[in-house]
Structure formats: structure tokens, C-alpha cells
Design a binder for this molecule. Structure first.
Ligand SMILES: [Zn+2]
Length: 117
């Protein structure tokens, strides 16, 4: 089973190899392959950075959930959840660290309508 850390290391290694290939191609005046290697290097660099961001966010969410389970009231993460970032605050994930979670929403609806009919 692949983990985000493994993807990050593989993408980093591929980017380094493609950077070396780009330099080698330029030194041998092979500019067309150098452009292809450079594009691949940029794609793999972006992939490595994306996995790094994902790992960092997962660690922050785990630490937030751990503190919450210990009875603390940690401040919401910024952004509160990844869905809120991509929906510009219009929707929230089930793992939302703010008070926009589905459980909170359902509890609010039940409170407004008195629970069972
Ligand atoms: Zn949210």
C-alpha cells in the first residue's frame, strides 16, 4: 500500500533525476529533449510539493483531533477544512475543524425542530 510519504519521495527522486537529465541534455546541446525533461521535472516537483502539503495538513488535523479528544478546545485550523477552501466557504467537509461540521448542522436542525415529531 502506497502512502503519501512514499509518493513524495518518489516524486522528489524523479524530479532530481530529471533535473540531472535536463542539465546533461543542455550540456550536449540537445535542447528539445531538455525541454521535455524540464517539463517533467516541473510536474514531479509540483507533485512532491502537493504531497508535502497533504502530509502537513493530515498531521495538523490529527493533532487537532487529539487535542479535542483530550477535552481541549483548540482553535479551528486555517482553512477549517479543505472543502471550504475549494468551495470558497460555501461547503464544509465532515472533518471540518470549525463549527460547520455535519454533526453540528444536524444537531442545530434537530434543536430548531424539537427532535422527533
Ligand atoms: Zn470547514
Amino acid at each position: 500500500m502506497s502512502s503519501p510519504r512514499r509518493y513524495q519521495h518518489a516524486a522528489t527522486a524523479g524530479a532530481v533525476l530529471l533535473a540531472a537529465a535536463t542539465i546533461g541534455a543542455i550540456l550536449h546541446r540537445q535542447y528539445t529533449p531538455a525541454c521535455g525533461f524540464a517539463i517533467g521535472m516541473l510536474i514531479l516537483t509540483e507533485a512532491a510539493l502537493r504531497e508535502h502539503r497533504r502530509i502537513r495538513r493530515t498531521k495538523l488535523e490529527c493533532e487537532w483531533a487529539r487535542r479535542r479528544e483530550l477535552g481541549e478546545n483548540p482553535a479551528p485550523l486555517n482553512p477549517c477544512c479543505l472543502l471550504a477552501r475549494h468551495s470558497h466557504g460555501q461547503a464544509h467537509d465532515r472533518k471540518c475543524t470549525s463549527d460547520h461540521s455535519l454533526a453540528t448542522f444536524i444537531a442545530q436542525i434537530e434543536a430548531e425542530h424539537g427532535g422527533t415529531p
